[in-house]
Design a protein around this ligand. Sequence first.
Ligand SMILES: [Cu+2]
Length: 293
Amino acid sequence: MVSLRLAAASAVIGLALVACGDASNNTAGQWHGVGAGPSGNGQPSNSNPTPSSTNSKTDGGAPPATDSGAPQSGSFSVMVGSSSADVELRATTLPIVVTVAPTNFTGSVALTVTGLPAGVTATFDKPTVSVSGNTGASANLTLTTMSTTAVGPISAMITATAGSATQSSAITLNVKPILTLNIPMNVDAMKGTPGNPSKNVFGTFPIMITAPANIAATPIQVKIYNADSAGHCIHASNPNQGFPHDPVTNGVCNALTQKGTFDGQARAINAVGTYTFYLHDQGDLTEGQIKIQ
Ligand SMILES: [Cu+2]
């Protein structure tokens, strides 16, 4: 959708496409250094170049006399596809589309995120995008939390920078009190021995979580997904804290969690503490632990 719109904009204003071609195709040879100035970098010829004032759309009538190193002329804005995103603990958001829209501006625009707490990482599939004239470009941003990331909203800024010009757009990351555990494929081949269970199957042992201010009101939901081909049963032993065993009859699980499904037993841990679990169907040979403090 974006590329169609941008292509149409290019056609309307008749930009020379020789230099940049498809803005979504960021091969190195198509990028332009902003600091290189208007001459000799393949900037499309512009009948209305503005003078050196930054981000002005006014037609000054005269081309810039010298290369100031700043963005040559025109301006750009940065937009985010959605101003908020949800993420679980120890998880990554869906891709967030960040679009740089230029107005008579050609150059490379660097994308960064500021304001994130330690432990939340931002990754752009393209940390620098190339825009040309009125043809914009987009990148996908993902934000990744740790198990220890505090639950709640995080305000951050997505910033686009070209030379001395910057534009920002706000985003809110909602860190949900949810932890998803994964029973991996072929988990039976990963099990330990009696008295020495495998402890690396579910990630770092223990999985550390920062307790919400009022964990009784904001319990940590634990979801368990079975990616293995065999069914499994979760052993847990803290029902009063919201971390119960799967239902059993005479010591046998009523219903194993099957491949490609989430464990049907709801778990929402409502108190700080240490919560150990293992695959009941194996015995305590594949163990995980959640520590909330
Ligand atoms: Cu059990």
